[in-house]
Design a protein around this ligand. Structure first.
Ligand code: FAD
Length: 296
């Protein structure tokens, strides 16, 4: 339960989210970027789990290798897509044996060609059921779940979505990590509403330092986050990619600074397997840097 415990002693708890790279060359590049980011001594690192369990083995490989190389606490994302309950148990047992500390318990998105999530026969329908399984059968894991400051796209209202989030917390989640957002007011409102519903676990904002106008537009469509018009305008005013990236770093630095001032328990960076932007933001904000042994 090292992840849950870190929120009792540190503030803000720093974490990074990776995804499994497609090629072997990209895997090696990823470890170099993680090495760059380790100077800030993150409390934990997570790795996503792809659609339909397509990255199942890669997720496990990346997360165990990150743990081995950097001696850092790690969590694996796990979704319900394409898995029976026995498949989920199989993965969790493997994760336990590999020494993984936490599970980010998710329903998952439907595959690209299918508009709706369909429960796998013999599987689960909602993430709260996976949390129940974890609490009952795998109590050694810290359990993290997803929260949506701007509402999950399928939920009829933020209220209904919050009731469903509460189910995940009541089932035993230790930490909520949010979907990325660009307007801190959405996060503050969400945090207040969680509190009003009796949710007392740490609510960690998910941060993405945007790198280009094209990326912002793509992510907006993918995860439904509202696009800040002013940020888009400033990015589009730039004539080169470097200029756009700098605008993104400046924006994220201000956003994170405001979140820290508002006493958030942690910061979860969607680093997108790169180190530069996150490193610049943390440096600008005065996060201490430490020596890290060379990754091998
Ligand atoms: C931090 C974070 C990490 C992510 N990592 C991944 C990843 O690695 N791989 C991946 O494929 N996707 C990932 N996602 C995306 C996520 O899988 C999708 O947003 C998915 O559509 C919902 O997952 P969930 O776990 O929030 O689902 P749930 O909590 O099950 O919610 C799904 C929908 O059902 C509703 N609902 C929930 N419980 C109930 C209930 N008991 N009865 C009725 N309605 C209910 C909710 O309001 C919501 O609209 C991540 C998202 C976040 C925020």
């Amino acid at each position: 339960m090292r992840i849950a415990a870190s929120f009792q002693s540190l503030k803000p708890v720093l974490s990074y989210e990776l995804f499994p790279p497609k090629s072997e060359a990209a895997v090696l590049g990823l470890y170099e970027h993680v090495h760059q980011l380790m100077v800030f001594r993150p409390s934990f690192i997570t790795c996503t789990y792809g659609a339909g369990g397509s990255t199942r083995n890669k997720t496990m490989e990346v997360i165990t290798e990150v743990r081995r190389r950097f001696d850092v606490t790690v969590a694996s994302h796990l979704t319900l897509v394409g898995s029976t309950i026995d498949d989920l148990r199989h993965y969790l047992t493997e994760a336990k044996e590999a020494g993984i500390d936490g599970i980010v318990a998710l329903r998952g998105d439907p595959p690209k060609d299918s508009p709706q999530f369909r429960m796998t026969p013999g599987g689960f329908q909602y993430a709260n059921q996976l949390v129940e399984l974890l609490t009952r059968e795998y109590p050694q894991f810290s359990v993290l779940v997803a929260g949506y400051p701007e509402r999950h796209r399928e939920a009829p209202s933020l209220e209904v979505d919050l009731d469903n989030l509460k189910r995940k917390v009541d089932a035993g989640s230790d930490v909520i990590v949010t979907q990325l957002f660009f307007d801190n007011q959405d996060f503050f409102r969400f945090r207040d509403q969680c509190w009003a519903r009796g949710i007392r676990v740490p609510i960690v904002p998910g941060i993405l330092p945007p790198q280009s106008a094209e990326q912002l537009n793509r992510l907006g469509q993918l995860c439904g986050a509202k696009m800040p018009a002013e940020l888009l305008r400033r990015m589009n005013d730039q004539t080169d990619p470097e200029g756009q990236a700098n605008v993104g770093v400046e924006f994220a630095t201000q956003q994170v600074g405001e979140l820290i001032a508002a006493d958030v328990p942690g910061l979860h960076f969607y680093v997108l397997n790169q180190s530069r932007a996150t490193k610049q933001v943390l440096t600008e904000l005065g996060f201490e840097q430490h020596d890290v042994g060379l990754a091998s």
